[in-house]
Design a protein around this ligand. Structure first.
Ligand code: SF4
Length: 302
């Protein structure tokens, strides 16, 4: 049996559509044809991921979460992107390594996992840099289990605590409980953070949280829940502030402005009180120009 047979009755993410993706698209918008929208070195991830040489990002098209405020809307909801084969994806990994990328950073990869694992098998004897799994946190434990031996660093979001909020923005009322179980599995697989002598992350979990406008209380609940479920040395925390109102959320009153300094710092204070190590973002980086350009055909960037 080929791994690609998983697409014939897809339960890769917690939506568990169970549909045949060789015949139609799932909730995520993906069928069984592998599509990406960009690969390049990326310099705006957390410092131990990007370092000086950049992180070797591969942006996959479609998304099983589809947040209304998504900053990469054109690829998560839209049609931007192009088809590639498993062999070409394997070649992309090696090209990024050759250009000096610190790691291979798989961005929103879950719905294409069968292709990605096949590509990683092809390069297993040549790829020497860590593999980063950069996802929205809404993952099933069974799928995360499949990553054992393939992924060194997990970079999940923990977006919401409140069920009605996660339903309102991502149509996933079970977001928090599901993401918490997934992050626990990630910590089980890769353990506490380990750095190399240049300060780059070799393995571990960085949990990201984006502080949304008007939702600081929910953000504080997320951070407190992480404090109740993880020791401060088990995970790193990355508190992000770069929410930018996109065209798609202009009619949602609560999302029509940026996060304020007060909102961001209220959450930061709780992170510090709980003793988590991590990364805080300068609010000046909350600009739409940090959203990368995506492509409809193969384009070599850097
Ligand atoms: S990956 Fe897509 S098709 Fe598969 S269960 Fe999730 S949303 Fe459905």
């Amino acid at each position: 049996m080929s791994r690609l047979d998983i697409y014939k009755s897809c339960t890769l993410c917690p939506r568990r559509c169970g549909i045949d993706r060789t015949a139609k698209k799932g909730f995520c918008g993906a069928d069984s044809t592998l599509r990406i929208a960009r690969y390049s070195r990326h310099y705006w991830e957390e410092p131990p991921i990007s370092g000086e040489n950049g992180s070797g990002t591969v942006f996959f098209c479609s998304c099983s979460l589809k947040c209304v405020f998504c900053q990469n809307f054109v690829i998560s909801h839209g049609q931007t992107g192009y088809e590639i084969t498993t062999d070409e994806l394997a070649e992309v990994f090696l090209q990024l390594q050759q250009k000096g990328a610190n790691n291979i950073n798989l961005v929103t990869p879950t719905h294409y996992l069968p292709h990605i694992l096949d590509a990683l098998d092809i390069v297993k004897n040549d790829l020497t840099i860590p593999v980063v799994y950069n996802c929205g946190g809404y993952e099933s434990v069974e799928t995360i289990e499949m990553l054992k031996g393939y992924v060194d660093i997990f970079l999940p979001d923990m977006k919401y605590f409140d069920r009605s909020l996660s339903y309102e923005y991502s149509r996933a009322a079970d977001y928090f409980d599901t993401a918490l179980k997934a992050v626990k599995k990630m910590v089980d697989i890769v353990g506490s953070p380990v750095f190399d002598d240049k300060g780059l992350l070799k393995s571990g979990v960085i949990v990201r949280h984006l502080v949304l406008p008007n939702e600081r209380h929910d953000s504080i609940n997320v951070i407190k829940a992480l404090g109740e479920n993880f020791n401060s040395d088990e995970i790193l925390l990355s508190l992000m502030s770069q929410f930018t109102p996109t065209e798609q959320c202009k009619d949602i009153e609560k999302l029509s402005r940026r996060t304020t300094t007060f909102e961001y710092e209220s959450v930061m204070k709780v992170v510090e009180e709980l003793g988590f190590s991590g990364y805080f973002q300068q609010r000046t980086s909350a600009k739409s120009e940090y959203i990368p350009e995506f492509f409809n055909n193969k384009k070599v960037t850097n």
